[in-house]
Design a protein around this ligand. Structure first.
Ligand SMILES: [Zn+2]
Length: 287
C-alpha cells in the first residue's frame, strides 16, 4: 500500500493560533501525507494571563475550535478538537494559594465546560489526567478526583477521554475507575504512551522503537506527535510531519495492517469517527 491510499491521523497535537505556526504546521503535516488531526487545546496558562475560571476555559477552547476550522480547510480529511484541563494546572492553582480541594473544583468546572463542547458543540472528546511529576498526597488525591470526574462526564455523554499521566505501562487501576463509572476502557486513551500498555487504549508516540513494540503487542493503538507548536521550544517534541513519515516507514516495512489499525480501526472504535468516509479523493482535489 502507498501512503496516498490510507488516512493518516495524528491523535494528539497542539495548535497555537496566538503565538505558534498554527495552519502552517497543518500544511506541513498535509504535504507529507497527513489527513486527519485531533487538536488539543494548549494549557490555559499558555494562551491567557487570566486566572482559571469558567470564562478562561471557554476562551482557550474557542481558540482551539477556531484553529481546528482553519486546519480542516487545508486538510484532505479533517480535524477535530479535543478539549480539557492540563493536569499540571493543579500545581499552579495551589501555588497561587488555593487548597487542593479548591483546585479540584476549578479543574472539574473546566472539564464540565469541555464536556459541553462535545455534547452541544464541535469537540470530539475531552482530556484530563494527573501530574507526571511527584506531588504530595492531597494534590495526588485531588488530581485523581478530577480524572474520575472526567470519566463520569465521558460515560454520561458517551464520548472518549484522553489522559495525560505519569509514565509507565500498568494503568489497570485507572481503567477500572473508568469502568466503575460506566465508561468502557477502550474509550480511555493514554496519550504519550509507549508501545506496551495495560488498561486504556494507547496513543503511541511516533518513535520507531515504540511502534515496533506496539506492532508486536498486536492490540489497538493510535499514533501521535504531541507537537506543541511553541516557537520558544523548537524541536522540544516531534514535528508535525512525523506521523506521516512513520506511516511511510511502516508501509515500506509491509506493516499495512498496523497502519489500518492505527488510522482507521482504532479511531473508529474509540471515537466513532470514520477516517475513510471523511477523506476527500486526494487525486481529484483541486481539479
Ligand atoms: Zn499534549
Amino acid at each position: 500500500m502507498d501512503i496516498e491510499e490510507t488516512p493518516v491521523l495524528d491523535n494528539h497535537l497542539h495548535l497555537d493560533p496566538v503565538n505558534g505556526r498554527n495552519v502552517e504546521a497543518v500544511e506541513e503535516f498535509a504535504e507529507h501525507g497527513g489527513t486527519h488531526l485531533l487538536v488539543l487545546n494548549k494549557p490555559s496558562w499558555h494562551l491567557t494571563e487570566a486566572a482559571a475560571d469558567e470564562s478562561t476555559f471557554r476562551e482557550v477552547f474557542d481558540l482551539t475550535v477556531g484553529a481546528v476550522e482553519d486546519a480542516t480547510e487545508v486538510l484532505p480529511g479533517r480535524a477535530w478538537p479535543v478539549l480539557g484541563v492540563h493536569p499540571a494546572l493543579v500545581s499552579r492553582l495551589v501555588e497561587d494559594g488555593h487548597t487542593p480541594e479548591e483546585a479540584r473544583d476549578i479543574m472539574q468546572t473546566g472539564l464540565d465546560v469541555a464536556a459541553e463542547y462535545v455534547t452541544d458543540g464541535p469537540a470530539l472528546a475531552i482530556k484530563s489526567g494527573r501530574p507526571h511529576y511527584d506531588v504530595d498526597d492531597a494534590v495526588w488525591e485531588a488530581s485523581n478526583e478530577v480524572m474520575r470526574h472526567g470519566f463520569e462526564l465521558a460515560a454520561d455523554g458517551d464520548f472518549a477521554i484522553q489522559l495525560h499521566t505519569e509514565g509507565g505501562e500498568d494503568f489497570a487501576e485507572v481503567a477500572r475507575w473508568a469502568e466503575e463509572r460506566g465508561l468502557d476502557r477502550t474509550q480511555v486513551v493514554k496519550h504519550y504512551s509507549g508501545g506496551r500498555l495495560v488498561g486504556p487504549t494507547k496513543s503511541v508516540l511516533a518513535d520507531k522503537d515504540e511502534l515496533e513494540i506496539a506492532i508486536e503487542e498486536d492490540e489497538p493503538f493510535l499514533m501521535e506527535t504531541d507537537y506543541i507548536d511553541d516557537p520558544d521550544r523548537p524541536g522540544a517534541v516531534l514535528g508535525p510531519k512525523t506521523v506521516p513519515r512513520r506511516v511511510r516507514w511502516l508501509l515500506e516495512s509491509n506493516h499495512d495492517e498496523a497502519v489500518r489499525t492505527a488510522h482507521v480501526e482504532t479511531p473508529g472504535a474509540v471515537y466513532g469517527i470514520d477516517t475513510e468516509a471523511t477523506l476527500a479523493d486526494r487525486d481529484g482535489s483541486g481539479d
